[in-house]
Design a protein around this ligand. Sequence first.
Ligand code: DC
Length: 220
Amino acid sequence: MSYQIAIDGPAGAGKSTIAKEIAKQLDFIYVDTGAMYRAMALYLLRREIPVDDSEQISAASQKADITIAYKNGLQQVLLDGENVTSFLRTEEVGNMASVSSANPDVRKKLVELQRILASRENVVMDGRDIGTCVLPEANVKVYLTASTACRAKRRYDELTAKGEVCDLDVIEADIAKRDHQDMTREHSPLRQAEDAVLLDSSDLTIREVVERILALVKER
Ligand code: DC
């Protein structure tokens, strides 16, 4: 039986940074499920499927072939055989992913793939519904969050460091909107699993969060 660590939480809480580090330290694979929803969104955008047409989204999503591979330990997402990893982290793809990930047919297809990956190898998997839906029997479940202001500031610093001009208030409003969409959708909304440990990273360093999660792994 594989060992499963599930990390859920809102955008910008530091899930992927933390999950990657834990996977590295434990020699587990890291599965970024958000990237799968983003690859699906890219597929829909490329086919110019209207964001509000759920029937077309349901139908088109079943034709997309999404697979995962690893290069130097880093997850790569293949869409119909093409490595699309470098196209996934744009605002356009993120906004489409936030809408299309609410579609039950999209979720069913990607959850199946996520469960297969987790059954084969020891995993650290991050997303929104890993502890509540994808891996309900995970050995360790963490709900990682941080205040909206803190998450907005992190995103602002990240973009500014890349030389992008941005507005902190706009970023904060965008994060609040995405949280609302993720938490209020009908299918698999973002919420803390009953048996998940709550960690607020607002006043913790990356190292402190990693250490707390590794301590949970040791305890169990
Ligand atoms: O974590 P992210 O920003 O890469 O996720 C992109 C979108 O996909 C986000 O709006 C929420 C959605 N998502 C989801 O519904 N379920 C997951 N397990 C992971 C992401």
